[in-house]
Design a protein around this ligand. Structure first.
Ligand SMILES: [Zn+2]
Length: 128
C-alpha cells in the first residue's frame, strides 16, 4: 500500500478518472499510457484541527443483488476536507463501478459532505 492511499484521491489528468488507491492509478497509467496523474489531497489541514469520524455504508443494486460500500472517514469542518481512512467493497464489480468513474466518486464525496453537514439526520443512503 502506498502511504498516501486513503488520504488522497488520485486523478488521471488525461481522462479525468479518479481512484482511491495509488496502485490502481498506476495500473491505469500503464494500461492507457496516461502518464499525467494528479493527486487530490483531502488530508491537508491544520494540525490538531477538530474532526468528525463516521462509518458510512452505502447500498447499491447490482444485477438484483444488494452490495455494500463501506467507508470510514474523518471530516475536518474547518478545512471542509474529508480523509478516507478505510474503503471496502462487498463485491469486485461494485468497486469497478465506482473507482475510475469520476462522477460516482464525486457523488459519494458530495453525499458524505452532506451527511457531515446535516446534523442529526440519519438516512438509509442509496446511490444509484
Ligand atoms: Zn486516464
Amino acid at each position: 500500500m502506498h502511504p498516501d492511499d486513503l488520504k488522497t484521491i488520485w486523478e488521471c489528468h488525461e481522462c479525468g478518472r479518479k481512484f482511491f488507491y495509488h496502485s490502481d492509478i498506476a495500473n491505469h497509467s500503464r494500461e492507457y499510457h496516461h502518464s499525467r496523474v494528479v493527486s487530490k489531497d483531502y488530508s491537508r489541514r491544520k494540525a490538531g484541527a477538530e474532526f468528525l469520524r463516521r462509518n458510512v455504508s452505502l447500498s447499491f443494486r447490482i444485477e438484483g443483488r444488494t452490495e455494500k460500500l463501506q467507508i470510514e472517514c474523518k471530516y475536518y469542518p474547518a478545512a471542509e476536507s474529508i480523509e478516507y481512512t478505510s474503503v471496502s467493497y462487498s463485491d469486485k464489480k461494485l468497486q469497478e463501478m465506482i473507482e475510475g468513474k469520476a462522477e460516482m466518486m464525486n457523488k459519494i464525496d458530495r453525499y458524505l459532505r452532506q451527511l457531515f453537514n446535516a446534523k442529526g439526520t440519519q438516512g438509509g443512503p442509496e446511490i444509484h
